[in-house]
Design a binder for this molecule. Structure first.
Ligand SMILES: Cc1cc2nc3c(=O)[nH]c(=O)nc-3n(C[C@H](O)[C@H](O)[C@H](O)COP(=O)(O)O)c2cc1C
Length: 212
């Protein structure tokens, strides 16, 4: 199978500083890059900005206007409780887990000035397929990153074991819901570095009707 990624050639560390160039819509999309949650520092969005960012994120295509998603903000005062939850989830799987691993997992709960958990909340047995509702929730996730950048912050979308561990999902989700991702928002403390991007020749084709 053909490799589907290609390195973005010619991008040096110096040019890397041009990532997330919001001087125009096009330059933004040409240079958009997520931040690294562990490298995110203050300032992050204040309460009003965060509300506005979530409202922008919700301006997303949604077949049937079902709004099959919701946002849960994890405030500063709840980060320690989230860390405890992450630790409990890890211990559920491995009661003998090493302290170093526990600390690494718990640290995630404290990353970045702002943390929003996006919940996929599809309506079952509806004429709009659950798949489409989940796609809408995913689109909201992407828009949430764009919205953070529109406010001159960086964002990152992370799942990991903590999005699937029963102890965690029970604390965030109602029946039939899933964690679509943890969205960390803040300011980058280190230069962002471009990552591999898809080889467009490998993923773009022109449709032809099937031959008999
Ligand atoms: C649904 C979803 C879940 C992800 N979960 C993780 C994760 O758990 N760990 C990780 O390192 N990256 C994860 N990523 C990828 C990150 O977003 C990653 O930083 C990515 O390289 C950012 O690329 P970008 O700069 O094009 O936004 C996830 C992405 C998506 C869409």
């Amino acid at each position: 199978m053909k490799c589907r990624v290609a390195f973005f050639c010619g991008l040096s560390d110096t040019l890397g500083q041009m990532l997330n160039d919001t001087s125009s819509l096009r330059t933004y999309f040409e240079t958009r890059r997520s931040g690294r949650p562990r490298d995110m520092v203050a300032p992050g969005p204040n309460e009003d900005e965060l509300s506005a960012i979530l409202a922008l994120a919700a301006r997303t295509p949604d077949h049937g206007k079902l709004v099959p998603y919701r946002f849960v903000i994890v405030g500063d005062d709840q980060r320690e409780a989230l860390a405890d939850l992450f630790a409990a989830a890890v211990r559920d799987v491995d009661p003998e887990v090493r302290q170093a691993k526990l600390e690494k997992v718990c640290a995630k709960a404290h990353y970045a000035p702002s943390l929003v958990v996006l919940i996929s909340s599809p309506i079952r047995d509806h004429k709009i397929p659950v798949w489409e509702q989940e796609l809408a929730a995913g689109a909201v996730g992407m828009n949430l990153l764009h919205a953070a950048h529109a406010y001159d912050y960086v964002g990152a979308w992370i799942t990991g074991d903590q999005a699937y561990a029963p102890a965690v999902t029970e604390a965030f989700c109602k029946d039939g819901e899933r964690i679509a991702g943890y969205f960390f928002l803040g300011s980058p403390s280190a230069d962002l570095v471009e990552r591999e991007r898809p080889d467009m020749d490998a993923i773009v084709t022109r449709w032809r009707p099937p031959t008999a």
